[in-house]
Design a protein around this ligand. Sequence first.
Ligand code: NOJ
Length: 584
Amino acid sequence: MTKIVIVLIIAAVCAVNCQDLDWWEGGNFYQIYPRSYMDSNGDGIGDLQGIKSKLAYVKGLGMDGVWLSPIYKSPQADFGYDISDYRDINIEYGTLDDFNELIAECERLQLKLILDFVPNHTSDEHEWFLKSERNVSGYEDYYIWRDGKIDPYTNLLVPPTNWLSFFRYSAWRWSNIRKQFYLHQFHYKQPDLNYRSAKLVQEMKDVLSYWMHKGVAGFRIDIIVCLFETMYSDGSFPDEPIDNPNCDYNDPCYLNHIYTQDQNETYDMAYQWRELLDNFKIANGGDTRIMMTESYSSVEKAQRFYGDGDRKGSYVPFNFEIIKNLNQNSTAKDYKTVVDSWLDRMPKKTGIEANWVIGNHDQHRAASRLGVTRGDLLNILVQTMPGIAITYQGEELVMTNVHLSWEDTVDPQACNTHDPVNYESSSRDPARTPFPWDSTKNGGFSTADVTWLPAGTNYQTVNVKLQEEATNSHLKIFRRLTTIRKQPVFRQGTYTGILLNNENVFAYKREYGDQVAVVLLNFGTSQQSVNVASAFSGIPAQLKIYTSSLSSGMTNGAEVSSTNVNIGKDIGVVLLSSTVNAEY
Ligand code: NOJ
């Protein structure tokens, strides 16, 4: 009898807790680019105290976690992605004490802090590189060093392979100290680390543990696809084949990167890091530490980071399919195809979630790429699809690119074009400008006369304060979305997607118990009258408008007949059954 009672008690506890989601499941994440978020000391550069002062805003956006682009000590050749000390803070951003304050504030606000982990390369000013370059014992193979080759035509010493840097030109650079070439898949000040060195692998694991002990909730893993290169048994590397002969031969698009990206060992390293994170939780307690992985490779390759068989991997292999495939002219069918391409291939296992991303610090602003009139529609999509939502700072305001002159351009990717006319398409600066808090000098970002990137003029019309004060705004729509997404119908509901109205409208239903939500996204060129009731089963006769694009002309809380919902061009709308617990 006692046994039965105990079993019943356990079952009852499980019935409550087992359905509980872990903190990251269905999570809402916000990416902060620290250099541009908030400057607390008036030097024109964002910093940790600045971020701390704005965390309440981030929390108010409805976020669960914040991912900070790199904050570590760095000469800033690639604005922080060139790290000279993994265990210290970039002096322009503050100190470790400031970091401790930041994490305490995150804890107070119940926001998880995710750091950027840059494992593929360090700065050439990192002490490991300085030692490796001088062949200091124990550090010789921390980086990828090779002799050059003699070009048979010119008789000159040339790099060991034809590999190209992401930032153009050869991915090899000669060191006059070591008298060898080192590999750098990005800037020459970002030498690639050698993951075939067991000592280096352990060093990097220790870095992860160091920050977990400081209280971070996980890591976004930078350019993970580049960790390994194909190597022959004699230690030499193969040349990469030409992929696109129409590209400039100095541009990475010229080659097919089959030997420098997506190697099998890379996935193994990701799974090892996952084990480290999981073991850290077992040993030290606390909440789950997560990892997010950056891969622009095919869906299949990006999704391999989720795990393999029993081995677990990334919680968030970034879904870059929208970024990679869509533009201002993309149709409802294009969007549905891209959405399906991720959902259909995803491993159907517990602990595996989809994720939705429309921009980051490496892309032009989402609204500029995908259509400014579609800004709210895009946020509706990101926030109402099943899984995790990721927002790059400013997307909540529907920020657009800030135009920067060649003289003001600092991104190495753009500077390396040496092209004062066509640099802008290569430049990442237009999406990295100071965050617009209000209409005052520098958009309220800094009191400095000169900021690291000019704030431009966009902030005079697009900023937080204006959108707070307006009766309705992109920001207010965004907050409604992040609020409703906490409801079970969005967190756990089923998803059914369909094309309607001659493929002008991408529509989907989310359903959980008796709760129903329908999202309509009109990518067509004219107004559409949608019959939701005939498109999906189980739709009540009346639905309520929860929120819609700013220019929709629709009223929150208004009831519509589910047989006839009228939505304008580029408009998105979220409709709810009366059973969903929502405030109107
Ligand atoms: C990807 C990062 O997102 C980008 O900003 C950086 O330049 C490269 N990796 C190199 O770290």
